[in-house]
Design a protein around this ligand. Structure first.
Ligand SMILES: [Zn+2]
Length: 168
């Protein structure tokens, strides 16, 4: 699946460039159809992250999910529930994943699955885009852990991924 448009739009949000009307139309209409139709999240085995790092395995799906939801929130202009089935499913699934990582696996609040998946969701927390969570509070603690490379961030995460996640 070609995710180059998704990546271009993620870069715009990352760089604080305004999304155009056609960008927003793409995110509202085409992107969800493409992602739902191709079972993108289950089938994403490799993702070319805009920071120039190829992500493989489960974290590839996490990045696509988290970035798609980030774009959805921006295009629909809300931090609340969007009211679109695909984006709302993404929000629930990511939120439950974050809660489970704490409840079931005892990781610090705000973490998701593994270090790379945690970097995938970090911008959603920092920009406070997950309706059910206090994103800013979680992001503050998580940023400190990421910056100081505390567990589980001691190794296995590329610097470029960290820099990208922390600079939205
Ligand atoms: Zn993971």
């Amino acid at each position: 699946m070609n995710l180059s448009v998704l990546n271009d739009l993620v870069l715009k949000v990352h760089n604080h460039t305004r999304l155009s009307a056609s960008d927003k139309a793409y995110i509202r209409n085409k992107l969800p159809r493409m992602l739902a139709g191709r079972r993108a999240f289950q089938a994403t085995v490799s993702y070319a992250h805009p920071a120039g790092v190829t992500i493989r395995g489960a974290p590839a799906g996490s990045f696509v999910k988290a970035f798609a939801l980030l774009l959805g929130k921006k295009a629909f202009g809300t931090k609340r529930i969007i009211g679109h089935p695909l984006y709302d499913d993404l929000e629930k699934s990511l939120t439950i994943g974050i809660l489970r990582t704490n409840f079931e696996f005892g990781r610090p609040k705000g973490f998701y699955c593994c270090p790379r998946c945690s970097l995938a969701v970090f911008p959603l927390l920092e920009l406070d885009l997950l309706h059910y969570l206090r994103g800013k509070d979680l992001a503050r603690d998580m940023r400190r852990r990421i910056e100081s490379r505390e567990g589980p961030f001691e190794h296995g995460v590329a610097d470029r991924l960290v820099e990208f996640a922390l600079s939205f």
